[in-house]
Each structure stands twice: as structure tokens, then as C-alpha cells.
Design a protein around this ligand. Sequence first.
Ligand code: GLN
Length: 192
Amino acid sequence: MTIAVLALQGAFIEHEQMLQKLGVHTIELRQASDLQKDFDGIILPGGESTVQGKLLHALNMFEPLKEKIESGIPVLATCAGMILLASDITEQDESYFETIPMTVKRNAYGRQLGSFHTNAEASGIGEIPMTFIRAPYVESVHTDTSGNTPEILSIVEDRIVGVKYKNQMAFAFHPELDQDTQIHEAFLGMIR
Ligand code: GLN
């Protein structure tokens, strides 16, 4: 199994290290030609969604990557990655792949709580550590035209911080920054 990690900006190395710890081969998506390679799943890491969005367009990676996601390849997205998948972003005109029908709010925890750590439940997994860094949260999930709504995987302080929709799992926190490997294992489970 090979997992491709979007490696334009942000915390991609930590995802690669976590996957290597789990014995999984990784490749980096740095340019359009990397998308032609053979891989079984994609990770969209945290970082800065506006920067990642700009680079994806500038490098002509945006459309082919969107097509791959829409074609059903399993995707794990964290933090900025979650923002890239959202159909709508609060108080922002530009959105990106729009492959999960949901509205996310960026930098949603304000200044004081901009970064924090907690332990909370993730559906089907159990209690896990969660590190939030200038994180978004999901304000609302929407029902698509076929009647499907994203499944809510995790709620912290009444806010949705984890969802699953078709082939995509998205979390507002950074599982790659803690030692717990269960989110990555759940993602690999979607592929196996
Ligand atoms: N604040 C970032 C954004 O809006 C996300 C932060 C993160 O990925 N840790 O894109």
C-alpha cells in the first residue's frame, strides 16, 4: 500500500513519519506529475489553507487532485486539509475542492484558545488525544443532492471536529502531532 501526502506546505512530514511507523510506504505530492504515480490514498495535511490553495492552482495540481478525490480515492484531511475539502467556508468567498458538504469556520477558537490540547471521543475509535492549532471547526453539515449527509465522528465542546463523508475523513485537530496512531489506522482501514 502507498499513501500520497500533499507536501506543498504545512505539517506533511509528521504524517509521513506516522505512516512509516505503521509500516506504510509514502510518496510526496509536490508537482502535477506526482499525481500520475500509483497510490492508494491521499493525506491533506494541516498548514495554511490559503497558501495551499494558491500553490495547488499555481502548480496545476488543483483540478487533477479534485478529480481523484471525486473518483473515490480514500482521503484523510487534517486542519487546513479539512478546510480544503469543505463546500463552504464561513466569511470567505473562496472555497477549494468542495467535496464534503459542510460549512467550516477558520481560526474558529479565537486568540486565547487558538491552540489547545484535549482528549475526546472519536466515533468507532474511542478516546484519543487531540491537538488543535489555530483550528477550524465544522459549523454545519449539509445534505447532498443524493440525500447523504456527512457522518459526525467527533464533537469537542459542542463543536464538530471530525466528519466522514463517502471516501473522506476530515479532522480539525492534528493526529500526526500526537503519538496515538488510531486515526491513521482507521484511515488505512478504509483502504484495506
Ligand atoms: N488556520 C489554518 C487555516 O485557516 C489552519 C491551521 C492548521 O492547519 N493548523 O488554514
